[in-house]
Design a binder for this molecule. Structure first.
Ligand SMILES: NC(=O)C1=CN([C@@H]2O[C@H](COP(=O)(O)OP(=O)(O)OC[C@H]3O[C@@H](n4cnc5c(N)ncnc54)[C@H](O)[C@@H]3O)[C@@H](O)[C@H]2O)[C@@H](O)CC1
Ligand SMILES: Nc1ncnc2c1ncn2[C@@H]1O[C@H](COP(=O)(O)OP(=O)(O)O)[C@@H](O)[C@H]1O
Ligand SMILES: [K+]
Length: 505
């Protein structure tokens, strides 16, 4: 489970260690220098003589880089630094003693053109708002140099790529894209959330011993392989199909029959004991012909999947979905509300056992109906804020889909799941996610009903479903090839199996 903390929490956790005289910056710089050396060697280059350019702001982030440059210079690296202002005094002294060259802004371009490695220490968690001059001009120039080079430099960000919001991943202006981010002490939400994540590259976390001083509740969590065993029910000798959870699925229509197939495939693949399908007669026939294990008579259901591919312009279908939603809320049964059915929350409040699964466009529609209009672009620029807003307005758990899926209930922590490549963005992939989520909610149906309203478990389960969905997509696209949604559904059992068998993160 990855845990990320806001800047203020990180600062508070650093304070007692700094008071005790723990050399945090020295450790951060050592880790940064080690990472540079490791990467240079991995590229097949010798460390002595390698050209490294440090971009040094006037805060402690610049201090990290100055101390790292000093270490590298002592190893024979040809190290230069560009300063944006008065630098960290001790760092400057150490770098000077080690022979780091301080260049003026006029030489930035030629240094950046020849350096194999750039280290970004312009700003870290002390940054406020969009990057300002002179850092802004430096980043602009570096991005120009990068595209003009025959071989791109290796860019290593200290703590965070400069220009991204540490706490929310927003990128209000320019930011310097890194191949690797060496983050100090603990991950920050901005490294996990879109769009900040896109600038971070691979994340290396440097242990600084902050854990015992961090609050018990992180700002953001991310499910990993090892967490799946805590959330997925592994059937035992006493298990039977009802104890394993029954999913009710009301999806698909004559207009979108495929949604019925995809959502039921995923509900089956997700490991519930039984799937009941409650769509139109024609789609029922299709579903049963493809999946003979699906039941079409109604009985006990522990979670409902409503809406994927339902034609909400058909008043009969729409009122049937609304009725199921209301009945489920009354009975405390968790519900996945997908696609057009999400608009039902334009006018009603629900408990957090109702999980909505919008993409940015569907969320924009819902927020507009609630009198808080945000455009698709505004949602994409700050998905965590938009998801939280929708959860607060409706009471629902929101799973906002995108390249990083974000899940939250109104108050509990935020969950974010990234890592799936763009191949996953294919028609019907959302129907698969809805069915899969229904399957895991059904396994938890009785516990959720007992716990009552207003808790964060559905968000955790939504994140788990999103993790498995991303892994299933990755199994399907392998090293990279086009896939279709039914292949994602087909790979769900393997994704669950691999996670259950995993012992590492
Ligand atoms: N306190 C410590 O001893 C430690 C600090 N660490 C490093 O220190 C960083 C935090 O240091 P600081 O609190 O000094 O903050 P930063 O170094 O992140 O930023 C502060 C500096 O950036 C400028 N700045 C702020 N917003 C800006 C913007 N939008 N555009 C351009 N410049 C801007 C400020 O004027 C100030 O000079 C962490 O990210 C981490 O890299 C680590 O070394 C761990 C230990
Ligand atoms: N750029 C992307 N990279 C990876 N996954 C993505 C990307 N964009 C969207 N996704 C995922 O693809 C799926 C698309 O779902 P959705 O938009 O609802 O499609 P549909 O309605 O056709 O099923 C979601 O699971 C989402 O998380
Ligand atoms: K930085």
């Amino acid at each position: 489970m990855l845990r990320a903390y806001r800047s203020d929490d990180v600062r508070q956790a650093e304070a007692p260690l700094l008071e005790r005289g723990v050399p945090l910056m020295d450790r951060a710089a050592a880790a940064l220098a080690t990472e540079v050396i490791r990467r240079v060697r991995a590229l097949g280059n010798r460390v002595p003589g390698t050209e490294v350019l440090g971009l040094v702001g006037s805060g402690n982030n610049g201090g990290d880089v100055l101390f790292a440059l000093a270490r590298l210079a002592r190893r024979g690296v040809s190290a230069s630094a560009i300063l944006t202002g008065t630098p960290h005094a001790a760092g400057y002294a150490a770098a000077s003693r080690a022979g780091v060259r301080f260049a003026d802004a006029g030489t930035l371009r030629s240094l950046a053109e020849s350096a194999e490695v750039w280290i970004d220490g312009l700003v870290g968690i002390g940054a406020r708002g969009p990057l300002r001059e002179p850092a802004l001009e430096i980043v602009r120039e570096l991005e120009e140099v990068r595209v003009g080079r025959p071989v791109e430099p290796l860019v290593i960000a200290a703590d965070l790529p400069s220009g991204i919001g540490a706490d929310d991943g927003t990128v209000p202006g320019l930011a310097l894209r890194a191949n690797v981010t060496v983050t100090m002490g603990i991950a920050k939400p901005g490294l996990v959330l879109d769009p900040g994540r896109r600038y971070a590259g691979e994340i290396v976390q440097v242990p600084l011993g902050l854990e015992e001083f961090l609050p018990s509740e992180p700002a953001l969590l991310s499910v990993g392989a090892r967490d799946i065993a805590d959330m997925w029910d592994v059937p035992g000798p006493d298990s039977h199909k009802y104890s394993r959870g029954v999913v009710g699925v009301m999806t698909g229509s004559l207009r979108y029959p495929g949604a019925a197939l995809l959502s039921t495939s995923a509900a089956l693949a997700g490991g519930a004991g039984m799937v009941r399908y409650a769509g139109p007669r024609e789609t029922s026939r299709l579903v049963v012909s493809q999946h003979p294990e699906i039941v079409t008579d109604m009985g006990r259901v522990q979670a409902w999947v409503l809406g994927s591919g339902v034609n909400m312009d058909d008043p009969e279908a729409a009122s049937e979905v609304a009725r199921r939603l209301q009945e489920s809320i009354t009975a405390g049964i968790p519900v996945v509300l997908d696609a057009g059915a999400i608009t039902l929350l334009g006018s009603i409040d629900v408990p957090s056992t109702v999980v909505i699964t919008p993409h940015a466009g569907e969320l924009a529609e819902l927020l507009a109906a609630r009198g808080e209009p945000l455009s698709r672009e505004e949602i994409a620029a700050a998905p965590s804020r938009a998801a939280r807003l929708a959860a607060t307005l409706t009471g629902a758990t929101v799973l906002l889909k995108g390249s990083v899926d974000v899940a939250c209930a109104p108050d509990d922590p935020l969950w974010a799941q990234g890592g799936a490549a763009g191949w996953r963005a294919t028609a019907g992939a959302g129907d698969v996610l809805a069915g899969l989520l229904g399957s895991i909610l059904a396994q938890w149906g009785d516990e959720l009903a007992d716990l009552g309203k207003g808790h964060g478990i559905p968000a955790r389960l939504a994140a788990a479903a999103s993790y498995i969905h991303g892994r299933a997509a990755a199994i399907a696209y392998g090293t990279g090839r086009p896939i279709v949604a039914s292949e994602i559904a087909g790979a769900i059992p393997q994704a669950i199996g691999e996670a259950l068998a995993s012992t590492g993160e």
